[in-house]
Design a protein around this ligand. Structure first.
Ligand SMILES: [Cu+2]
Length: 147
């Protein structure tokens, strides 16, 4: 199957799935996400650092791995404490996804995600807000809650 064709099919499916969710009013519900994909990370608490990954950022920063694959980004919901030094470490693990880049619209950050390469994005956590990140076309959406 041609990659473009796969992408188009993927997006067509996502549109249908999103339309279905919208009609059910489930979009805003946490329970619509697979339980395993949600993560809560408290600043200063036991983090989930990627073992064996050489730290290129400040040792005190919280490094949160985010996987990009055929299901989109996981975890798709991340909570961090306001004021914490947070670095999201993205890694795309398959070509069977359109999440070949990650975009933070509110931050005007856009990064390519080369296959199997870690890409770090430091987050501003000075104010309480929800930071959405998504694939280049905005079909996969995840969020970071700063509070
Ligand atoms: Cu997409």
């Amino acid at each position: 199957m041609a990659p473009l064709e796969a992408l188009l099919r993927h997006h067509a499916f996502r549109v249908l799935a999103l339309a279905g969710l919208l009609s059910l009013g489930l979009v805003a519900s946490c329970s619509s996400a697979p339980a395993a994909s949600a993560a809560q990370v408290a600043g200063g608490g036991p983090a989930a650092p990627a073992p064996g990954v050489p730290g290129t950022s400040d040792a005190k920063s919280l490094r949160i791995p985010v996987k990009a694959d055929g299901q989109g980004f996981s975890p798709d919901r991340i909570e961090v404490a306001r004021g914490a030094q947070v670095v999201l470490v993205f890694k795309r693990t398959t070509n069977e996804t359109c999440a070949t880049a990650v975009v933070f619209p509110a931050l005007r950050i856009e990064r390519d995600l080369p296959l199997n390469q870690e890409v770090e994005v430091a987050l501003p956590t000075g104010e309480s807000r929800t930071l959405v990140f998504q694939c280049g076309m905005g079909m996969y959406r995840s969020q970071v809650l700063v509070h």
